[in-house]
Unconditional design. Structure first.
Length: 238
């Protein structure tokens, strides 16, 4: 039998550092909630806004799959692997940090903020050789349908990570319905609403709400607003 956990937008942790406004779905940094440590392999889900010209100085990570999805503006990435890139709305960035990566992320523009999602997943392989990848998406491919952006398969649509996880995005007109089939037995699905509103298996969710579903094989999704957008994360429940 399916079980559900609903995280309303206004119940997330929040840190305001002036240059950074960050909403935390799960415990992170100074936000600690023992009931919100993770959702299966999904450990961190931060909804960040960084002021013009500011950002995160170089810092280390290891043995984590880190995904960044810009929602507005341009994000400049640099790392000790030799990558210097700009990621924009419509791009997806992946780092498999493995044995260790030093990286920085800065707002590439001084005159406007950058907003992006930063997502961490526990990997299914430890101490791999660190890798960086970045892809650009076609917005037409997510209109009234699900567009796969991440999977475990190097030859599948989107980019890939070291975890049996699949990410999809979709942008829907009001009244559009879609059924999502869970990719792997035992996986759960966490849905985050980027804009507008939906019902997920009949439960109402609105902008910046998240809902986790475990123990289901299929999930019913209905858009209840125009230009309603969501991110679906299909992850092992560990």
């Amino acid at each position: 039998m399916a079980s559900y956990i609903l995280h309303k937008a206004d119940t997330r942790g929040h840190a305001d550092h002036g240059w950074l406004s960050s909403h935390h779905t799960f415990s992170f940094a100074n936000y600690y909630n023992p009931e919100r440590m993770q959702f299966g392999a999904l450990r961190v889900f931060n909804d960040d806004k960084v002021a013009g010209g500011r950002g995160f100085d170089a810092h280390p990570h290891d043995n984590m799959e880190i995904i960044s999805i810009p929602l507005e503006g341009d994000l400049e990435h640099k790392d000790n692997l030799g990558n210097t890139e700009i990621i924009r709305q419509g791009d997806v960035q992946v780092m498999s940090t493995g044995t260790g990566v030093f990286h920085s992320e800065y707002n590439a523009n001084k005159d406007r903020p950058v907003s992006f999602l930063q997502i961490w997943l526990f990997p299914n392989q430890l101490n791999v050789t660190p890798r960086y990848d970045q892809i650009s998406l076609d917005i037409k491919d997510k209109k009234n349908q699900l567009q796969q952006i991440i999977s475990p398969d190097k030859d599948d649509a989107g980019t890939w990570i070291y975890q049996d996880a699949w990410f999809n995005m979709g942008l829907f007109d009001k009244g559009k319905e879609v059924d999502y089939k869970v990719k792997k037995e035992g996986n759960g699905v966490y849905v985050f609403v980027l804009s507008g509103s939906f019902t997920i298996d009949g439960q109402a969710v609105a902008t910046r709400d998240g809902i986790g579903v475990s123990g289901a094989e299929n999930i019913s999704i209905v858009a209840t607003d125009d230009n309603a957008e969501l991110l679906i994360m299909d992850v092992p429940m560990l």
